[in-house]
Design a protein around this ligand. Structure first.
Ligand code: ADP
Ligand code: MG
Length: 229
């Protein structure tokens, strides 16, 4: 479903260039749950941005659902991204002064120019915030804001959720809630790719990738997975 081979990414800043990814190859089947770990600067976010079609590689191939991504025009890329991928970020990235429900609907507005409010309500209920739909981000806790962000990631029925340190700003109780939600989604067949600094969080996944200096050091199944309470 995801197949990348020999992906590289070089950033150019004036005379200086920096190779953030150097030859990453990886295959991911639908329904997998991957934790990506590695020190700061090892290329985790760069890889996530490439997987999520938010950025383009300097070289290498990326096939997503059988399509060679490098051959797609900008509009087709954007459409493929909207239809197939949901994003969750460490900083939530919710619009301020905008209700939880409107935040959840935003990707719908971008993709179909229409709002299905039953859908956003249903998703907010699913993440346990059915009674908070009119709250604005500053009226919600960090864990609640991240649950709104997860509902937003799901509104266009993605097949893949990319989560870059989704629990990085959360207390341990909220961390568990978020991981339990991601596990539930994975059990329904959604592919989850998660970046984390914490082994405890990575242990919820099925497979763990360790990166260093823009390369994959190891790629192993997780034997004793943590199951949500
Ligand atoms: P990680 O997420 O593992 O901390 P990143 O993928 O963000 O690592 O970064 C990998 C390397 O690429 C780092 O050395 C970082 O400084 C560099 N880098 C990331 N994004 C950019 C950018 N937009 N421009 C220039 N360099 C970047
Ligand atoms: Mg990062």
């Amino acid at each position: 479903m995801i197949k990348i081979s020999n992906l590289t990414k070089t950033y150019h800043m004036g005379d200086v260039s920096l190779q953030a990814l150097s030859g990453v190859s990886l295959e991911i089947e639908q329904g997998d749950f991957i934790a990506i770990m590695g020190p700061s600067g090892s290329g985790k976010s760069t890889l996530m941005n490439l997987l999520g079609l938010l950025d383009t590689p300097s070289s290498g191939n990326y096939q997503l659902f059988g399509q060679e991504v490098g051959q797609l025009e900008e509009d087709d890329l954007a459409q493929l991204r909207r239809k197939t991928i949901g994003f969750v970020f460490q900083q939530f990235h919710l619009l301020p002064r905008t209700s939880a429900q409107e935040n959840v609907s935003l990707p719908q507005i971008y993709s179909t120019k229409q709002v299905d409010s039953a859908k956003s309500e249903h998703l907010l209920e699913m993440v346990g915030l059915g009674n908070r739909k009119d709250h604005k981000p500053n009226e919600l806790s960090g864990g609640q804001q991240q649950r709104v962000a997860i509902a937003r990631a799901l509104v266009n029925h993605p097949k893949i959720v990319l989560a870059d340190e989704p629990t990085g700003n959360l207390d341990s109780k909220s961390e568990k809630e978020i991981m339990s939600l991601l596990c539930q989604l994975n059990e329904k067949g959604m592919t989850i790719i998660l970046v984390t600094h914490e082994e405890e969080i990575a242990n919820y996944a099925k497979r763990i990738l360790r990166m260093r200096d823009g390369k994959i050091l190891s790629d192993d199944p997780i034997k004793n997975r943590t199951r949500p309470e």
